[in-house]
Every structure is written in C-alpha cells, then in structure tokens.
Design a protein around this ligand. Sequence first.
Ligand SMILES: O=C(c1ccccc1)c1ccc(-c2nc3ccccc3n2[C@H](C(=O)NC2CCCCC2)C2CCCCC2)cc1
Length: 233
Amino acid sequence: KEKAEITKEQQAFMKVIVDSYNRHQIPQDVTKKLLQEQYSAEENFILLTEMATSQVQVLVEFTKNIPGFLSLDHEDQIALLKGSAVEAMFLRSAQVLSTKMPNGHTEVLEERIRNSGISEEFMTPMFNFYKSIGKLHMVQEEQALLTAVTILTPDRPFVKDHPAVERLQEPMLEVLRKLCALHHPREPQYFARLLGRLTELRTLNHYHTEMLTSWRMNDQKFTPLLCEIWDVQ
Ligand SMILES: O=C(c1ccccc1)c1ccc(-c2nc3ccccc3n2[C@H](C(=O)NC2CCCCC2)C2CCCCC2)cc1
C-alpha cells in the first residue's frame, strides 16, 4: 500500500519542480505566431533560434531549482545541461503541439511546421515523436518530472560523477512512477511507455546537428548561446 502512496516529502519535492516548470512555461507565442501566417524558411529559422534561445535560458532556471542539482560538480552541471538541451527543446515542442487547441488549430500548426523549411527526412522522426508524446496525454506534473528526469541522465558525455547524478535522478523516477500509477490507473505499463519516449528522444538528439545545417536556406545564423549548446558554427 505505502509503495503506491506519494509521501508528504515527495509531494513537497514534486511541488518545487512543477511550480518551477510552470513558472518557466514558455509563452505559447510561438503557436500564436505560427497560426497567424506561413512564414518563409528564413523567418522560420529566425523564429526557431529565438524560441530555442529563450527556451535554453528557461531550462537553466528550471534546472537550478531541481533539488540537489546545484550541489553537483560544476562541470557536471554544464555537461548535464549541454547533454539534455536539445532533448528538452523537442520535449517542450511536443508538449506545445499536444496542448488542447480550438478545432483545426493543431492541424494548421502541423502544416506550418511541415512547410517551415525543415528538410523532409527529419519531418517523419520528429512528428512520430510528437505523435507518440501526444498519445500519452501527460498531465503537467508528468511533463515537469519527465523533463527533470531527462536533464538528470547520468550517462551524458563528459559527466564525471555518474553516481551523484543517479542519486538525484532516482527519487525523481520514484515520484514519476507513483504519479503515473495515480493518473493512469488502468494503464499499468504507462510509466514504462513514458520512459520509452526518452529513448526515442535521444534519436532526435542524434540527428539534430545535421538537421540544423539542412534547413533549406544558405547562411544559418545562430545566437552565441545556441552555438554553445547546439555545437554549431
Ligand atoms: O531543431 C529543429 C530542427 C528540426 C529539423 C531541422 C532543423 C531544425 C526543430 C525544433 C523544434 C521544432 C518545432 N516543433 C514544434 C512543435 C510545436 C510548435 C513549434 C515547434 N517547433 C519550432 C519551435 O519554435 N519550437 C519551440 C517550442 C517551444 C520550445 C522551444 C522550441 C517552430 C520554429 C518555427 C518553424 C516551425 C517550428 C522544429 C524544428
């Protein structure tokens, strides 16, 4: 019985993460902008770099509020942020697309993304991921914890103290497991499916650098922060 119950301290722990996640909710202005009109490849690329840059700043603030993160080795903190930034961006994008919108808006948004300048070959894996996230109908707490679990992945490149990261990720996974049981009682495999999405997310990470250079236009300008975090230029 006690296995399933979320304890008082787990509630408090979760509240810190969910509040931080919601406080740093990316303004849905990218959706509003995209629904307004179809922009050119150049304008879309600029929109992406602006949104991605602000999302990285938001991600850093969110990460700093994860209990215990700031007590990790400083270089490991950077390695975890660097290693998870692209995944967090795709996860957030998937959540934006799976947000309930008035009739027909999601289809228009999808259309705008399909015609944004992203080369065809990346469209399929990207939308497959978006669809698989959408089908999960995650509640906000699950989204926040899944993002925190993604950031606290011990086996990122250049992380030195794996066990220290595992010790932070474990309680996160435990709360997430209980949340899944609570919100999806008729789907015992829901938690496992949720974690399976993180594997799919890694494949997008793997494509990402070539994705960027393939955006149908000649000179790609990135912000200094994106050059740092996306390993481009
Ligand atoms: O890195 C990407 C890539 C992929 C393939 C080739 C080159 C780059 C790559 C990465 C995200 C999305 C992407 N998927 C989206 C799903 C729903 C809504 C918008 C989405 N976007 C972009 C976006 O602004 N994302 C924000 C969302 C908030 C958090 C920061 C990021 C826009 C940018 C304007 C044009 C159309 C899509 C689209 C693309």
